[in-house]
Design a protein around this ligand. Structure first.
Ligand code: FNR
Length: 180
């Protein structure tokens, strides 16, 4: 029985470095693990309780069901202004209103990158705080923060060998973490 992880990407940009990292994860995962990409959070409307009262948007329910069915959730996101990008917070706000809330008790791994040296570290600590409300089971260590990310992606692919090796070790740690 393969473990199944799903990946949520926190950038909507066509040439996104985080989308490139997301696309690399399936091939970097251990053989007994299947990694698949969730739909785009760009399909979610801006959170509005009036919309929710008319029924959860389909994109939200589809993602919530996929997360609920998975053995683990991986969030790959940039840092915006030292915090979580608004589009990611919006997606999490929607998901938090689903019943049952799909991230409760779910193993979660965070990956961030940045063209700077800090690799989105500050965003990760805000995201961890949000995930406290969700009652997620977040992997504390090892951490995955990728500095100088723009030098590691070429033609929309994560090509840097060291980063690929680092992420495959990270996925192995998460696989062990998620299995108990
Ligand atoms: C950024 N960027 C950024 N980088 C960082 O390390 N710390 C930060 O606080 C911010 N803040 C920030 C705010 C806004 C509004 C933008 C648009 C960008 C730079 C960011 O890391 C860079 O644009 C990445 O390339 C974004 O990730 P994707 O879209 O390539 O996945």
């Amino acid at each position: 029985q393969k473990q199944q992880f799903v990946v949520l990407t926190g950038s909507l940009r066509q040439g996104s470095y985080h989308a490139a990292i997301t696309r690399a994860l399936p091939e970097l995962a251990p053989a007994n693990v299947q990694v698949s990409q969730l739909g785009s959070i760009g399909e979610f409307p801006l959170y509005n309780a009036d919309i929710q009262e008319q029924g959860m948007p389909e994109a939200v329910t589809t993602m919530a069901n996929a997360i609920a069915a998975a053995d683990g959730l991986i969030i790959v996101s940039p840092e915006y202004n030292y915090s979580v990008p608004g589009v990611l917070k919006n997606a999490l706000d929607w998901l938090s209103r689903c019943n049952p809330q799909p991230i409760a008790g779910k193993p979660v791994m965070i990956v961030s990158g940045s063209p700077g040296n800090f690799g989105g570290a500050r965003m990760q600590y805000h995201l961890r705080q949000i995930l406290v409300f969700f009652d997620a089971k977040v992997l504390n260590k090892p951490e995955a923060m990728i500095g100088q990310v723009h030098t590691k992606v070429e033609e929309l692919q994560l090509v840097d060998a060291d980063t690929r090796e680092f992420l495959s070790k990270q996925l192995l740690s998460f696989t062990v973490f998620a299995s108990h």
